[in-house]
Structures are given as structure tokens and as C-alpha cells.
Design a protein around this ligand. Structure first.
Ligand SMILES: Cc1ncc(COP(=O)(O)O)c(C=O)c1O
Length: 467
């Protein structure tokens, strides 16, 4: 029997804890200042033999766990890309956890399957993605990209690779600016990293279409098989955008799978003024973006869209007796749409956020943050200590301390590295770096759900407050 009284009391305690966390997060150091082993050594050698009081466990969350958390929801977190939540998605995740459904098949929770189908349609249409695409929620963009390359591999080899193994002459094209998850997927899917062709990029880090076509033609002349092109909308280092229009035309001409990695910047398609990013790309084969990055639907929530769902399913389906159902073929059994069999009920948080904010509400937050970025860039230029190293885009800007006269690259890199370390050690804001063509840069992403202007000012002051 469930101890109902205790449950309600503890649930209330946790709700109060969460409320307090949201309200007071800004008082915490954004990046955990702890050293390796600091948490581990506070934990008992063995699991407790007898159960402990809930109050004690919650007290230890504050005492032991919280100091070792880097607060991704902190408004002064400007590192990496955000992994935003929102009050609404947290509440949805409470219900998902309570239901605890394992949503591998339609039958194992019809509501989860059908809500997932509808949420993917809502997102697709709100973003202006081609209406023939069908979507599925994956845990991460890395998994979606792996699914894309596995499907591309099967399509290119007439679904023989799953049976017989992978030929060693399939080729994957991307650029040095594409995310490392592509290299990983190529390795895992058996195509082999040696078959990745990194296409040269222009000064804004976008793939040069002519160079792509040249590489494809060269490969064809050598008897290699062009399998997939991975284009990026919003590269991790600098938010570079590949020309889908050009890449799509090349892929159509040479019958090559076009996978689009829009993990971060894809959310901007909710704003009609950014739809130019997918113009001319109606024929793309697959597209992934992470609602869990910028539109407050909290990790893990990666939306993966495909042109040909049948090919995806054919790549992943297996049908042991214990998974057979009478509804097979009539419904979406999402276990066939990706790698994992077991699946969380992730669609609920999308539903909660979309309904609570409405598309207009989300657009308002995104536009607001983009305008914060404009302000940030204007201030950086005015104060004249940093240079903007790549064209700022959406809500991200790459900067570095201006080189002194005749200063070597190594020296200016070092100064920027020391600066970012000093800022992060102070703990008021959190920033991360990247390096492109040997140039060390500080990436500033202004993307926290509840970000306000005074926090942008704090970031500016921190950047200008050390040496
Ligand atoms: C452009 C891009 N693609 C893919 C990924 C990988 O995302 P995930 O952590 O969801 O696998 C990232 C992560 O930041 C990214 O920036």
C-alpha cells in the first residue's frame, strides 16, 4: 500500500524545493566550483541497509548534491548551447515520471504515441518544414544523426548492409564545422571515419557547394559511393549556416541523402524571418533540431523529421514474438523509428510548453533574446576591448580580446584563455570557448529561458572587468 500521507507531504516538500530553486537560482554560483572527487568522498562506502527518512535525503540534496551542480538553468549560463527548461516543462515531466510509461509501442500507451505524432506535426508546421515530413522524438541529436546515417546507408545499399555488413566505399560529406556527433555516427554505423570527406568552407564556415560537388564527382570517378551529405544550420562553434538550397540541388542531382543538423538554430524556424535557412530544401531527407536546447522543452527532447518514414522503419524494425501486437501497421510503433526499444513519454512536455506559451509566446522569447544579442554586440563594439570574430547570429556571438600590435596568435590565444578561466572561476557567469583555424574565441550564448537585460549587462561587465 502506498503511504499516501507521506507521499503528499514529500511531494509538497519537493515542489517547494523546486519553487525555491527557480526563485533563488541566481544566487548560486553558475558553475560548480568543486574539485574532482569532492562529491564522491562525501558519499558512504556502501548503500544503506535500512531505509532512511525522506527529509534526510532531501537535506543531503542541499548539502552534498547542490554544490556539485553546474546550473544549466541559471540566467547567467552562457556556455555551450543552453539546455533550457521552463516551469511548464518541469511540471509535465512530473506527470511523465508519475505515469512512468515505457512508450515503445502504440499499445504500451496510445496517448503517448498519438500525442508524439501530433506534436511533431505541430512543430513541423509551425516551423515551415515540408508538410510531407514525419517526425519522431529522439533523445539527442546525436541519436537522430546516427539514425539518419544508418537509414541513408540502408537506402544506398538496398537494405543489404543490415544483413551482410557495410561496403567499405560509402562516402559521407560534411565540413570541419559540422558537429563531432557526425564523426561519431559515421564510425558507429560502420561506414568508417576514413570515408568522411570534409569539404572546404567559406570565410563564414559554410560549406562551399562547388567544392562539395567536385568531391562527389571525384569519388564517383574512383568507384566510391556517395551516400550522404550532412548540412548544418547553426554550427556549434560559430552558428554557421550551410546553403541548403545549393546542397539540396547537388544531392538531388547525384541521388545522395541530405541530412540537416539544425540542433540549435532549428528553433529559429519558428520565426518566419529565419525560414530562408530552409528555402529550396523541400527534398531534404532528414532534419533534426533540439527543442531541449532553445525552446524550453527540457532535455531530453530531440525532434527528428524524415521524408520517407518507411525507409526509417525498414532500417530499424525487428519483430520478435513478444513485441507483436494486433495494431501493428495501423499505428506508429515508435520503437521502429530509432535505435532504442524503450522510450520515455517525451511528447507531454512539448504539449505543455506549446499550449502554455503558444507559438507567439515562444516567438516573443526568441526575438527578445536575439535583440539582447544585438545590444550585446553593440556594447562590445562600443567598449572596444574585444573583436567580434564571426558574424553574430541569433543569440550567439564569438569574440576575443583584440590582439595587440604584432602580438603572436599563441599569445592572444593565451590571454583569451586566461580571461575565460578568470571569469569562470569568479563564478558569476559561465562561458565556454571554441577554436577555429587556430583562433581561440569566447562564445557567448544569451539563451536562458528567463534571461533579462540586467543579466546581459552583468555578462558585459564580467567580460570587461578582468585584465
Ligand atoms: C550543431 C550540433 N549538432 C549536434 C549536437 C549534438 O547534440 P546532442 O547533445 O543532442 O546529441 C550539438 C550539440 O550542441 C550541436 O551543436
Amino acid at each position: 500500500m502506498i503511504p499516501k500521507k507521506n507521499y503528499l507531504k514529500h511531494a509538497q516538500d519537493v515542489s517547494l524545493w523546486i519553487q525555491d530553486y527557480f526563485q533563488n537560482i541566481e544566487k548560486l554560483p553558475v558553475k560548480s566550483p568543486l574539485k574532482p572527487g569532492d562529491i564522491y568522498k562525501q558519499l558512504p562506502e556502501n548503500a544503506p541497509i535500512k531505509g532512511e527518512a525522506f527529509e534526510q535525503i532531501l537535506a543531503d540534496v542541499n548539502k552534498i548534491i547542490l554544490p556539485g551542480i553546474t546550473h544549466w538553468q541559471h540566467p547567467n549560463f552562457h556556455a555551450y548551447f543552453p539546455a533550457n527548461n521552463s516551469v511548464e516543462s518541469v511540471l509535465a515531466e512530473h506527470i511523465t515520471a508519475a505515469i512512468g510509461a515505457q512508450c515503445m509501442l502504440w499499445e504500451t500507451s496510445p496517448a503517448a504515441a498519438e500525442l508524439e505524432q501530433k506534436m511533431m506535426e505541430w512543430l513541423r508546421d509551425a516551423m515551415g518544414l515540408p508538410s510531407h515530413m514525419e517526425g519522431v522524438i529522439q533523445d539527442t541529436a546525436s541519436s537522430a544523426t546516427l539514425a539518419a546515417l544508418l537509414t541513408a546507408r540502408e537506402v544506398k545499399t538496398n537494405f543489404k548492409s543490415n544483413e551482410e555488413g557495410v561496403p567499405n566505399n560509402l562516402r559521407i560529406y560534411c565540413s570541419a564545422a559540422t558537429h563531432s556527433s557526425i564523426d561519431k555516427a559515421v564510425a558507429i554505423c560502420g561506414i568508417g571515419k576514413k570515408n568522411i570527406v570534409k569539404i572546404p568552407v567559406d570565410r563564414n564556415q559554410a560549406i562551399i557547394p562547388e567544392a562539395l560537388e567536385k568531391a562527389i564527382i571525384e569519388d564517383l570517378s574512383l568507384g566510391k559511393i556517395p551516400c550522404a551529405v550532412v548540412a548544418t544550420l547553426g554550427s556549434t562553434s560559430t552558428l554557421a549556416v550551410d546553403s541548403l538550397k545549393d546542397l539540396s540541388a547537388i544531392c538531388t542531382k547525384h541521388d545522395i541523402w541530405l541530412h540537416v543538423d539544425a540542433a540549435y538554430a532549428g528553433s529559429a524556424l519558428l520565426l518566419p524571418e529565419y525560414r530562408w535557412m530552409i528555402e529550396g530544401a523541400e527534398s531534404m531527407d532528414s532534419f533534426v533540431f533540439n527543442p531541449h536546447k532553445w525552446i524550453f522543452m527540457q532535455f531530453d527532447c530531440s525532434a527528428y523529421f524524415v521524408k520517407n518514414a518507411e525507409a526509417l522503419i525498414k532500417t530499424f524494425e525487428i519483430l520478435p514474438e513478444y513485441l507483436k501486437t494486433r495494431t501493428r501497421g495501423l499505428v506508429n510503433d515508435y520503437r521502429d523509428w530509432g535505435i532504442a526499444l524503450g522510450r520515455r513519454f517525451r511528447a507531454l512536455k512539448i504539449w505543455f510548453v506549446l499550449r502554455s506559451y503558444g507559438i507567439e509566446g515562444i516567438q516573443e522569447v526568441l526575438r527578445n533574446q536575439i535583440s539582447f544579442n544585438d545590444y550585446f554586440v553593440a556594447q562590445i563594439k562600443e567598449r572596444n576591448k574585444f573583436e567580434v570574430t564571426y558574424p553574430p547570429f541569433l543569440n550567439m556571438t564569438c569574440i576575443r580580446l583584440k590582439p595587440k600590435e604584432k602580438e603572436s596568435l599563441a599569445s592572444v590565444n593565451k590571454r583569451n584563455e586566461l580571461l575565460i578561466n578568470a571569469i569562470n572561476d569568479a563564478g558569476n557567469i559561465y562561458l565556454t570557448q571554441t577554436k577555429v583555424n587556430g583562433v581561440f574565441m569566447i562564445r557567448v550564448v544569451l539563451g536562458q529561458t528567463y534571461l533579462e537585460k540586467h543579466q546581459v549587462d552583468l555578462a558585459l561587465n564580467e567580460l570587461h572587468g578582468y585584465f
